[in-house]
Design a binder for this molecule. Structure first.
Ligand SMILES: C[S@@+](CC[C@H](N)C(=O)[O-])C[C@H]1O[C@@H](n2cnc3c(N)ncnc32)[C@H](O)[C@@H]1O
Length: 297
């Protein structure tokens, strides 16, 4: 008979610390360091260290941690105390109900970006076999969510970072859409051919000045290429909007995430070109977050 692995729940060397006590200990440390959400963070870190589910955390709080789980938990806690976001420590992030692998090479997808998926899915109701282009795909969260929700759609995902594309490809496989999604490396439209029903993007939009005042969690752990939008934060919008016309079908939709104060300027750029029905949409916090425009037919 083969021996069970070291971390087997019934044979592991135990640390003497229960899961509940471990969680309380981590909460205390994170709270003392002034972190924003110590309870949630501690719960997620202990879950990752033990491999416990949410249900296990409730039902098995008095189980003792293995020494291996304790070591992992100490490592995760130290990293969190040094400012690393929980998503980076866990290597994954929830987006539109699915878990996406992330690492230092990709932006951790933000909840407000789910708006782009909602808007694309509205269009896909009318055009179920649409072709979608995602510019600056990062982890692939937007386009993969769209394709996972719309079984007849196809997509192309572009990023300038080959490392980001490696992660996006893994996420596409995990979520079963790799056969409908093509990945291209290059700057915006440079590697792209063909026309699309929907072009969407969450481009980098932080001004050079704001880049100097970012929270440590963003500055240190999100890639600069995903954030820096140039002197006025609009470099990517100008590049994308000026070329999008040639890659959209007549009547096709352009969906762009925007910074809270960029709506009017991006609106004006679009209005000067052959787009119609240009509209700015607010997120759940009431901030302007997305701009939508249709290419005139
Ligand atoms: C704000 S992140 C968005 C990532 C992902 N779409 C999301 O919403 O979570 C912007 C992405 O654009 C990529 N990027 C920056 N400049 C680019 C360019 N010139 N051409 C293509 N991709 C670019 C970055 O590597 C990054 O992955």
């Amino acid at each position: 008979m083969t021996s069970p692995p070291d971390n087997d729940l019934f044979t592991a060397p135990y640390s003497g610390l229960s899961v509940n006590s471990a969680k309380r200990f981590v909460i205390g440390q994170l709270r003392e360091a002034g972190l924003d959400s110590p309870d949630l963070d501690a719960r997620l870190l202990v879950m990752a260290a033990t491999g416990f589910s949410h249900a296990d955390m409730i039902a098995r709080g008095t189980d003792l941690l293995s020494t291996e789980a304790l070591e992992l938990m100490s490592d995760y806690t130290e990293r969190r105390l040094a400012g690393e976001p929980v998503d980076n420590i866990l290597g994954s992030r929830e987006f539109y109900g699915r878990s996406f692998k992330i690492n230092k090479d990709v932006l951790s997808p933000r909840p407000e970006t789910e708006m782009l998926v909602d808007a694309a899915l509205e269009i896909l109701k009318e055009t179920p076999d649409a072709r979608i282009l995602d510019l600056g795909t990062g982890s692939g969260a937007i386009i993969i969510s769209c394709l996972a929700e719309a079984a007849h759609a196809e997509g192309v995902a572009v990023d300038m970072s080959p490392e980001a594309l490696t992660i996006a490809e893994q996420n596409a496989k995990t979520h079963g859409v790799a056969d409908r999604l093509t990945f291209l490396c290059g700057s915006w439209f440079e590697p792209v051919t063909g026309v699309f029903d929907i072009i969407l993007s969450n481009p980098p939009y932080i001004t050079d000045e704001a880049m100097t005042a970012l929270d440590i969690e963003v500055a240190k752990f999100d890639p600069e290429l995903a954030l820096r939008g140039g002197a006025d934060g609009l470099t990517a919008y100008r590049a994308i909007i000026s070329e999008a016309e040639a890659y959209l079908k007549p009547g096709g939709s352009l969906l762009l995430e925007i910074g809270y104060d960029q709506g009017q300027t991006v609106f004006n750029i679009l209005q000067a070109l052959p787009y119609e029905d240009v509209s700015i949409h607010r997120d759940l916090s009431g901030h302007e977050r997305m701009i939508k425009a249709l290419l005139k037919s």
